[in-house]
Ligand binder design. Structure first.
Ligand code: ACM
Length: 564
């Protein structure tokens, strides 16, 4: 028991005072006492029932650096006790209570996920050397005496990773998942298909990876709107995950209480698939290559039955691999030039009575923005396309998720929206009663710069997008100011975006991800009250030691790191 009599308690709701014990994300409530408890050789873990699975994870986390065997027992005196208890119901399915007194460490939760997050907190309470993978001598494995009650603000705490622009090895994906878990992030949005590469094996359509996973070269240098103006590296690039790889990643993530949400892009960002199967496009006789440059490509999926059947086949294999309720279908940045001119699309629009028999391509092409015609028929056709996928996914018990362009032309009945072009899409969808994930580029795009472009001596790896520095991410609130309070329940949470056009290697992804993803973890986990950027920065000093121990190529507080 945590004894108020023998310990001088400091109630610390304003956690800034005590630096939240260097915990990231900051816990909801922490009461600290004087003194510490030390885990020593011979220490045992006490757990029964479903808590044993979490106890094994704890043992495997602590064993390498401490060298302690840490046997798991059903009863007796243990240094660490893990307990599932209905009395913890008030903490919710992911909450936990962690108590350290002179007798030992107790973690209590309603569900295994709560125990798991308590374990992650315990790791952070230990010296950062605990993250090393082999014996560390002469470190006292001490934890301060305290009591924490903690549960997340949002259920969707995500990290998105684009593996289409640059393929990322599975080993890196697994490492990223482990770092996510350390920060209590629970949703991995895996952006698996792009113009520049299709990365998931689909058994029924082998050319998706035989052809679509490879490009002959890649553009290099700063952003250019005109593909002819890029410089190209002349080196082939590619890779894909087999279905066995995918099953491994999904199971590894599940063990870390992370859901993997796959994204299969449609109808735009589909050039790699069309390079593999040109009959899926709008001009089946054309022979597009897998894209070698960035930007918004005009080559998009057609609206013929064959393409829709193909996509449903792909989704069938995807659903068999990913248990996630949400399946992301992209829906963003689909230029409509091909739809306005392809006889197949014109016939489909006439059949659907989106246009009449007399409407011509010339009329559809009359109004354009910078990436294609904006005639209302184009939006209606996209809405119809996404609607087909929405009802298909719903018929299989899943839910469609798409970027906020899926609002245009009318949102499909079951769709949830990922708001990326600011907050407006999220507000509109939530007000209409749809669930939303807030991913506004201005606050959550971690491919954007961490340093202002006009900073004297700017030495960052590359420039893209507006500034989205650490304090910007930290200050973000996923509940938009303009949202009616009774609609806030539709905001599932938020996530950080890692688009990899300019991040060819895992090290560069880590450089852009950390520490900003740690700030984001606090946005989605910690209470809004008590936010304190200066305190967060102080806690980052310990975070950096944890990352050093794990070979994470974070951006150090003082500036760039070379090489990355
Ligand atoms: C996006 O950044 N196109 C979702």
């Amino acid at each position: 028991m945590f004894s108020i009599r023998v310990l001088s308690l400091v109630s610390c709701l304003a956690l800034g005072m005590l630096q939240a014990q260097n915990l990231v994300p900051r816990p909801q409530k922490l009461e600290k006492a004087e003194g510490q408890f030390t885990i020593r050789g011979g220490a045992r873990i006490i757990a029964v029932g479903d808590a044993v699975t979490e106890a094994r994870k704890l043992r495997d986390y602590l064993r390498p650096a401490t060298g302690f065997e840490m046997p798991i027992q059903a009863e007796g005196k243990g240094a660490i006790t893990l307990k599932l208890d209905p009395a913890a119901a008030t903490l919710g399915p992911e909450g936990y209570r962690l108590q350290v007194d002179q007798d030992g460490i107790r973690i209590l939760a309603l569900k295994p996920a709560g125990l798991f997050y308590g374990i992650q907190t315990l790791r952070q309470l230990l010296p950062p050397e605990i993250y090393r993978k082999a014996l560390v001598r002469d470190v006292p494995w001490s934890v301060p005496l305290l009591r924490i009650e903690d549960s997340p603000r949002f259920g969707w705490r995500g990290s998105h990773l684009d593996v289409g622009r640059h393929f990322m090895p599975k080993s890196f994906v697994l490492k990223h998942l482990e770092l996510m878990a350390q920060h209590k992030l629970n949703t991995f949005h895996w952006h698996l298909t792009e113009d520049q590469g299709w990365r998931i094996e689909i058994k029924k359509y082998p050319k998706l990876t035989e052809v679509g996973a490879w490009r002959k070269e890649t553009c290099v240098g700063p952003w250019r709107p005109d593909p002819a103006k890029w410089t190209y590296d002349g080196k082939p690039h590619g890779g894909f995950y087999t279905q066995d790889d995918i099953r491994e990643v999904v199971a590894y993530a599940a063990n870390l209480h992370i859901t993997v949400v796959p994204e299969i892009e449609m109808p735009g960002h589909a050039r790699a698939a069309i390079a593999a199967y040109p009959e899926l496009g709008n001009f089946p006789d054309s022979k597009p290559e897998v894209a070698t440059y960035w930007g918004i490509h005009p080559v998009v999926f057609g609206v013929q039955d064959k393409t829709l059947a193909f996509l449903k086949d792909v989704l069938d294999e995807v659903m068999a691999l990913f248990p996630s309720t949400f399946i992301h279908v992209g829906g963003d940045e689909c230029p409509k030039l091909e739809w306005a001119t392809s006889p197949i699309a014109l016939a489909r629009m006439r059949e659907l009575k989106i246009i009449d028999e007399k409407t011509t391509s010339e009329e559809l092409l009359k109004e354009k923005d910078w990436h294609g015609p904006t005639h209302p028929a184009m939006k209606k056709l996209q809405s119809w396309f996404i609607g087909q996928m929405d009802s298909y996914l719903a018929s299989k018990g899943r839910r469609l998720l798409g970027w906020d362009e899926i609002l245009e032309g009318g949102l499909a009945p079951g769709a949830a929206v990922m708001s990326w072009r600011g907050e407006a899409g999220g507000i509109e969808a939530a007000n209409a009663g749809h669930d939303v994930v807030m991913a506004p580029n201005t606050s959550t795009y971690l491919d954007y710069d961490q340093v202002k472009h006009d900073t004297p001596g700017f030495r960052e790896p590359f420039k893209i997008g507006p500034y989205c520095g650490l304090e910007v991410v930290y200050a973000y609130d996923p509940i938009p100011a303009g949202l009616a309070s009774d609609k806030a329940k539709h905001v599932l949470g938020s996530q950080g975006q890692l688009w990899t056009e300019f991040m060819p290697t895992p090290g560069q992804v880590e450089y852009m991800a950390w520490p900003r993803l740690a700030a984001l973890s606090e946005v989605v986990w910690s209470p809004k009250e008590g936010k304190d950027f200066a305190d967060f920065q102080k806690r980052l000093a310990t975070e950096q030691k944890r990352w050093d121990a794990q070979d994470v190529n974070y951006r150090p507080a003082g500036g760039p790191r070379w090489p990355y």
